[in-house]
Design a binder for this molecule. Structure first.
Ligand SMILES: Nc1ncnc2c1ncn2[C@@H]1O[C@H](COP(=O)(O)OP(=O)(O)OP(=O)(O)O)[C@@H](O)[C@H]1O
Length: 335
């Protein structure tokens, strides 16, 4: 069953045009000119109950705008959007009981209150039955290791601790869908891991549908079997990380340790990525040359000590996708 269905949605922001300078400010008051910006353009996709979907795209691609529409904060300009069978902005109150929202850059907690008081207020506002509340609280406190700071005021928490609390709070009322906008932004590796593991458990064991935006491909690899990539408000990829890697990841990296300084290596089809002492990392397209052929050609001409071959990591796959999109844009503008 589709729990979210987005059908040809467009969102245009309309702003007053501001003229520069002091005279411009006065002019802005009397001349009401609008500038329109389309953040989401004819977008369609659907998400089934129990899925975990990563929603990504370059800066300004319209991700936050889409999350805000799905959570009922913003109203689409055109198109049909349904979340749990209702139109989100019309059923905001009912929907809010069935969805959980975490914005990495904005807190939903009571800054001066101890964490536990924020949880209790949430219980009161959402009218969570005591047994449900206690059960969910125990689950989150245990798996997110919140116990040590549950009596501390929120403002004293580290970013990693605060994010764990934000996620716990978003789940206390047992939502069917959890929306997360950049949940791991600014966190260290351990905190990121903890959150990723927890979200995987919540999705797998509690069957909570997850939609998350991120710039960190590891989040996608570890939490979301499916990813939707948007660019300039439109879907440019919808599928699995594995499929995308197969589509774009025909690039390999070869790391070569030289016995002595090799100088400039002139070999068609390879690109120098990194230089670190006597170690060089090159990329090459798998289709252009066989790995062994390439390494043996280099070893025949240069003093090679050791060599290893790696698949392109998912970050470089995404970088290539974004590069292709930027190049296609440029061509469109020129043509
Ligand atoms: N309230 C607003 N008023 C006017 N324009 C806006 C508003 N919010 C967003 N935009 C514009 O809409 C476009 C999409 O913004 P949005 O924040 O949805 O992108 P994003 O994909 O979440 O970006 P990022 O990865 O940088 O967070 C941007 O060009 C942005 O400037």
């Amino acid at each position: 069953m589709d729990i979210i269905s987005v059908n040809d949605i467009t969102k245009t922001y309309r702003q007053y045009r501001r003229f520069p300078g002091l005279i411009g400010s006065v002019r802005s008051l009397f001349t009401r000119e609008y500038i329109e910006e389309t953040a989401v353009r004819n977008l369609s996709f659907s998400i089934k109950e129990g899925e975990a979907v990563g929603y990504l795209g370059p800066n300004g691609a319209g991700k936050s705008t889409m999350i805000k529409m799905m959570t009922g904060i913003l109203v689409p300009t055109v198109g049909e959007l349904r979340v749990l069978g209702s139109v989100p902005h019309q059923a905001r109150k009912d929907n809010s009981r069935q969805i959980g929202v975490v914005f990495g850059q904005r807190s939903q907690l009571w800054w001066d209150l101890p964490v536990k008081d924020s949880f209790d207020l949430h219980k009161y506002i959402y009218k969570i039955p005591p047994i449900t509340f206690e059960k969910n609280l125990e689950f989150c406190v245990e798996l997110l290791a919140i116990k040590d700071f549950i009596q501390k005021p929120v403002r004293q928490l580290s970013l990693g601790q605060r994010m764990r609390v934000e996620i716990a709070m978003a789940l206390l009322h047992e939502p069917k869908i959890l929306f997360l906008d950049e949940p791991t932004i600014g966190l260290d590796v351990i905190a990121k891991d903890q959150i990723r593991q927890f979200l995987r458990t919540v999705n797998r064991d509690k069957r909570v549908t997850i939609v998350l935006t991120t710039h960190d491909m590891k989040d996608i690899e570890e939490i979301c079997p499916r990813m939707i990539v948007v660019n300039k408000g439109s879907v440019v990829y919808d599928g699995s990380v594995v499929e995308l890697r197969n589509r774009l990841g025909n690039e390999r990296q070869v790391v070569i340790d030289f016995r002595e300084e090799p100088g400039l290596i002139d070999m068609p089809g390879i690109t120098l990525l990194q230089e670190e002492g006597l170690r060089r990392t090159y990329s090459f397209a798998k289709s252009d040359a066989s790995v062994f052929d390439l390494v043996s050609r280099i070893a025949a001409k240069y003093p090679v000590e050791d060599a290893s071959i790696e698949s392109a990591d998912i970050d470089s796959v995404i970088r290539r996708l974004y590069q292709q999109l930027a190049e296609a844009d440029l061509k469109r503008q020129i043509g």
